[in-house]
Design a protein around this ligand. Structure first.
Ligand SMILES: [Zn+2]
Length: 425
């Protein structure tokens, strides 16, 4: 494939150089291995944002932060009346996460700015590198904190969510990093515009198919029980007869097998659904080899592209629980709080816009669903024309082994650069 840049090699070279530099510099910031850990609203996340700010300033971009600490670096377009293009991702990670989830999208956004600068081009509309805060909801039980803060969609109660490791509130952590939770709740969000996020796929589809990148048409939403508990009765493993036991582990096994069948049924009916028990805990100090388990903690993560499917799966889940409680005297479930993120339809016109750029470099990306939640979903929910470009990755995601080829990312960035050039022409 040859890139159609009139200036020739400089755009591609600038893209690749910026991708490599941003990935290397951001990934030097971590709490330690294995993998990479940059908690939401931590000093490390702030340092990563500062690093991107320095790169943006070196490109002559105008940098500002909002009250939540989201970073916006603007390259002015030729016509300020045209709808701006915001492009970016996040820099926080899960605990012992990978080198690309979030980082790749920020590197790609800066690489586009670098290519525009290197070729002396002015985009038609304002191009705004966007680095969000706190996208990974493992730290606070709230989805898309930074982007929703930027969009004026965080509620006062979200500010009271506690970070899982420190037990301190989101408001406290924002204040620690020099931001203003009160102002977040009253700020006027920017007018709906266009948002583009490059992100690794976090699944095997593109790698299996041998395709470097794809367009994303929709993002699955989620329905979660983060802290559910089964209560039974502790008993002696040798002394307690089978009848009369209230074994929390056996009740959980019933639930897991029942939900696996529920899931199969939804798929057979043509619905989009995933069912995951992501954490199971029957290993507290009270649990032991010679005891019938009297308690078990778990979480459930349901995902679908359709809110009605999530509701139906939730009803099926509760029906199975009622059945198990009836069948097993002494067993009771406490599901705790439910949290949700809405499925997001992404923008057909933005998919077509990126696709036209891809055609310019001879690429024919497929269109697919995103299983993971992303900032692009928050922008879509706020009425923005939002789109994602997925990058082939391997060894899974949210793990130290997470893989991606920077050459794939550079190719996808070249496709979008071609779309920007076309728009400016
Ligand atoms: Zn991510």
């Amino acid at each position: 494939m040859t890139a159609p840049f009139p200036a020739g090699q400089p755009a591609a070279a600038a893209i690749r150089a910026m991708i490599d530099r941003v990935l290397a510099r951001v990934n030097a910031l971590s709490l330690g291995g294995p993998g990479w850990t940059r908690p939401s609203y931590s000093d490390l996340e702030s340092q990563a944002h500062a690093l991107i700010e320095a790169e943006a300033l070196a490109l002559g971009m105008e940098v500002r932060r909002d009250a939540a600490g989201n970073l916006f670096a603007r390259l002015p377009g030729r016509d300020s009346s045209l709808t701006p293009l915001y492009c970016g991702s996040h820099l926080d990670t899960v605990t012992e996460g990978g080198a690309f989830d979030g980082q790749a999208g920020v590197a790609a956004a800066l690489a586009l700015a670098a290519a525009l600068r290197a070729t002396g081009r002015t985009p038609a509309a304002d191009f705004i590198v966007t680095v969000t805060r706190a996208e990974e909801s493992v730290w606070f039980p709230v989805s898309y904190i930074g982007s929703r803060a930027a969009l004026g969609r965080l509620a006062p109660e979200d500010m009271q969510a506690k970070r899982v490791d420190t037990g301190r509130t989101l408001a406290d952590h924002m204040l620690d990093q020099g931001f203003d939770p009160q102002a977040v709740l009253t700020a006027t969000p920017p007018a709906p515009a266009r948002f583009l996020e490059f992100h690794i796929e976090q699944g095997p589809v593109l790698d299996s198919a041998g395709e470097p990148f794809a367009l994303v048409s929709a993002i699955r939403g989620g329905l979660r029980y983060r802290a559910a508990r089964i209560a039974g009765a502790w008993a002696h493993s040798g002394g307690a007869p089978r009848d009369g036991r209230a074994d929390a582990v056996v009740a959980f096994a019933d639930l897991v097998m029942a939900m696996d069948q529920v899931w199969k049924g939804f798929l057979t009916d043509g619905a989009d659904l995933t069912v995951t028990f992501g954490r199971v805990d029957a290993a507290t100090p009270a649990h032991a080899m010679a005891k019938v388990a009297g308690t078990l903690d778990f979480c459930l993560d349901l995902r679908s592209d359709d809110p009605a499917t999530l509701d139906a799966a939730d009803r099926a889940f509760r029906a199975e629980i009622a059945r198990i409680e009836a069948a097993r005297p002494g067993i009771s479930f406490d599901l705790g709080a439910q949290s949700r993120s809405a499925p997001a339809r992404l923008s057909d016109s933005m998919c077509a816009w990126v696709d036209a750029g891809a055609a310019q470099i001879g690429a024919t990306p497929r269109t697919m669903l995103s299983g993971g939640g992303h900032d692009a979903a928050a922008f879509a929910a706020a009425g923005w024309d939002s789109v994602m470009v997925f990058l082939r990755n391997w060894n899974g995601s949210h793990c130290p082994e997470e893989g991606m080829d920077p050459a794939d990312l550079a190719l996808a960035v070249e496709a979008v650069f071609a779309a920007l050039v076309q728009e400016a022409a």
